[in-house]
Design a protein around this ligand. Structure first.
Ligand SMILES: Cc1cc2nc3c(=O)[nH]c(=O)nc-3n(C[C@H](O)[C@H](O)[C@H](O)COP(=O)(O)OP(=O)(O)OC[C@H]3O[C@@H](n4cnc5c(N)ncnc54)[C@H](O)[C@@H]3O)c2cc1C
Length: 349
């Protein structure tokens, strides 16, 4: 155990060195650490401990959800035994895959422990840089969107591990699966989208070795790149939703009585002589409590984002990162509708 801890420290040192700008890196030390088989083992182990449960959890769960949609695509026919492709049975099979060899809760439980290892978290920070570099080379895959979603997830995890809920209880705790399991699910969306992009990069790399597919490959790569972009946006949406729910969902709504940031009508009117128009502006953008204690009809003053500025900025940025995602999805849908399947005479009718 002591040796593992020592090697983990070396792995963290290596990842920190590699995170520095190229000109500030200690190349000799990086090379020495990269050559150490124990360091390499610790790096791979930390990644595998996340990727294995994440793959089992996300692929099977997402597969089962997608099968439900496939069934509904063909209407009532989908839920009959005569349906071509036996979609109903495949849907049940997908649920079986999600259950045996460790049901979803078991995978989430394992992830909630392994995804907080410092070695993995540094590797995830490395994925953010990898996504930015990839987006710089090829913006068509949606890598920038994914990088920002990863940043939001990292911010949220750090916050949850440090913060308490409205009753003073720690948010990130092994018995609090309402938090840990949702963060595991969010991470799976990110890792799945990244894996899909890596697949497209492999396809691009393979292109020169496949002259027989020279005509088809550029279009195929473009099609899969569009799917990546649409999926990155979908993943970003899920991660944004989950993170916002967890960051704000364990706080209490402010009340009119405790509202320190609300304007009092008298204060606004007093300021009006110094700053003409402030009364109207204050009422348009802020919560105002009148002299008789009355206030706008709603649950209470709007929630203040004080202390969450970094989170809000990332969320806004992530919304902007969704641009073009649906253009890509439409393009992929058009391409799919135009696919020609060569007639195969021996295909069973
Ligand atoms: C078709 C099929 C074939 C199978 N083949 C084999 C086989 O060959 N060999 C074999 O050994 N087993 C086999 N199994 C058993 C399979 O591994 C179990 O069904 C699976 O591990 C789930 O256990 P369980 O059914 O007892 O459900 P439970 O463990 O009771 O789970 C019930 C629910 O509670 C959730 N849950 C469980 N633990 C937690 C937790 N700690 N926190 C929160 N939620 C939790 C689960 O996700 C699930 O939603 C097979 C199952 C099926 C369906």
């Amino acid at each position: 155990m002591r040796e593992t801890k020592r090697t983990e420290a070396l792995a963290v040192e290596l990842l920190d060195l590699e995170a520095k700008p190229a000109e500030a890196r200690d190349a000799a030390r990086i090379a020495a650490l990269r050559e150490d088989p124990l360091v390499r083992y610790v790096l791979d182990d930390a990644l595998a401990n996340v990727l294995c449960p994440a793959t089992k959890l996300w692929n099977t769960g997402h597969g089962a959800n997608t099968m439900r949609e496939a069934v509904s695509l063909v209407g009532g026919y989908g839920i009959t035994e005569d349906c071509p492709g036996f979609l109903g049975q495949k849907w049940m099979d997908a649920q079986l895959e999600a259950t045996y060899e460790g049901p979803e809760a078991v995978q989430r439980r394992q992830l909630s422990v392994t995804m907080t290892s410092p070695v993995f978290l540094r590797q995830l920070e490395g994925f953010v840089r990898e996504q930015r570099e990839l987006a710089d080379r090829d913006p068509s895959l949606g890598a920038c969107t994914l990088g920002t979603a990863m940043q939001l997830w990292l911010w949220t995890l750090k916050h949850l591990r440090e913060a308490d809920d409205a009753d003073g209880r720690p948010l990130y705790h092994s018995t609090r699966q309402g938090v840990t399991f949702l963060m595991a699910d969010a991470l799976c969306w990110l890792l799945a989208s990244r894996a899909q992009m890596l697949d497209v990069l492999e396809l691009q790399k393979a292109a020169p070795d496949r002259p027989d597919l020279a005509d088809a490959l550029p279009g195929t790569v473009r099609f899969f790149a569009d799917l990546c972009r649409a999926q990155a946006a979908r993943a970003a949406g899920e991660v944004g939703r989950i993170c916002a729910e967890l960051v704000f969902g364990y706080q209490r709504h402010p009340t009119w009585e405790s509202c320190g940031s609300c304007y009092r009508a008298g204060d606004l009117q007093a300021l009006e002589s110094l700053i003409p128009g402030i009364d109207a502006v204050g009422r348009a953008f802020d919560d105002v409590v009148e002299a008789d204690g009355s206030h706008p009809k709603k649950a209470g003053p709007c929630v203040s984002f004080h202390g969450f500025e970094a989170f809000s900025a990332l969320r806004r940025k992530l919304d902007g990162c969704l641009v073009e995602a649906h253009l890509a999805k439409d393009r992929a849908a058009r391409a799919l509708a135009g696919v020609m399947i060569p007639e195969a005479l021996d295909y069973p009718g």
